[in-house]
Design a protein around this ligand. Structure first.
Ligand SMILES: Cc1cc2nc3c(=O)[nH]c(=O)nc-3n(C[C@H](O)[C@H](O)[C@H](O)COP(=O)(O)O)c2cc1C
Length: 191
């Protein structure tokens, strides 16, 4: 079973990447195949509401955008999808939402391709806005008929400068438990 982790931080090696990599370590220990994908070096364009995905014969986003190549296939192949975003002005980053809007719309145009996949969100902030961002990412999962595991706290981390999230012991523990619960759920859903 495969879990795809997507970091919507423009900062490579930052706090979001650290939490997602921790989750993937635990998921790998649980026997999952894992893939980490950073959007930092992928300037994905936002959805233009052209409706091309609804009219195309193919499962595709028709925007000319090399940075988006392979994204739909990655989501479709994965059994579990972990989305992490820093909090920017109380919300997920534009990088995160550009990807989710486009993949989500293509998925819905083709019979809800993400149905019954397991989804989990991680939000990182210096001080506040975690819960809104956490909820924001869940709107995507729930509208996509995805199934969401919980943890021992909401999946949030605290930190400002790169690496500061490593000092958030409860945040790290929450992410470890999330990953264990995600693996448990994926194994239960295997059949
Ligand atoms: C444009 C911008 C907006 C931000 N807005 C918030 C915010 O609303 N609340 C907060 O607590 N931190 C905010 N931060 C701080 C980041 O969420 C924090 O530095 C986080 O650790 C960055 O994650 P990263 O290391 O994965 O990039 C903001 C940072 C930037 C650059």
């Amino acid at each position: 079973m495969k879990v795809l982790a997507i970091s919507g931080s423009p900062r490579r090696g930052g706090n979001t990447d650290i939490l997602l990599e921790l989750a993937l370590e635990v998921l790998a220990e649980e026997g999952m195949e894992t893939e980490f994908l950073s959007l930092a070096d992928r300037p994905i364009k936002p959805c233009t509401a052209c409706g091309g995905c609804r009219h195309s014969e193919k499962v595709e986003c028709v925007l000319d955008d090399p940075a988006f190549e392979g994204m739909i296939e990655r989501f479709v192949e994965a059994d579990g999808i972990l989305v992490g975003s820093p909090v920017y002005f109380g919300s997920a980053t534009p990088q995160t939402m550009a990807l989710l809007d486009r993949v989500g719309y293509v998925a819905r145009a083709n019979g809800n391709l993400l149905r019954h996949k397991v989804g989990a969100a991680v939000a990182v902030a210096r001080r506040a806005g975690h819960n809104f961002t956490f909820a924001q990412l869940h709107y995507f999962f729930l509208l996509s008929e995805m199934i969401v595991p919980g943890s021992t706290y909401w999946n949030v981390g605290i930190g400002r400068e790169k690496g500061e999230v490593r000092d958030d012991a409860e945040g790290l523990e929450t992410i470890r438990n999330l990953a264990k619960n995600m693996a448990w759920l994926l194994k239960k859903l295997k059949d």
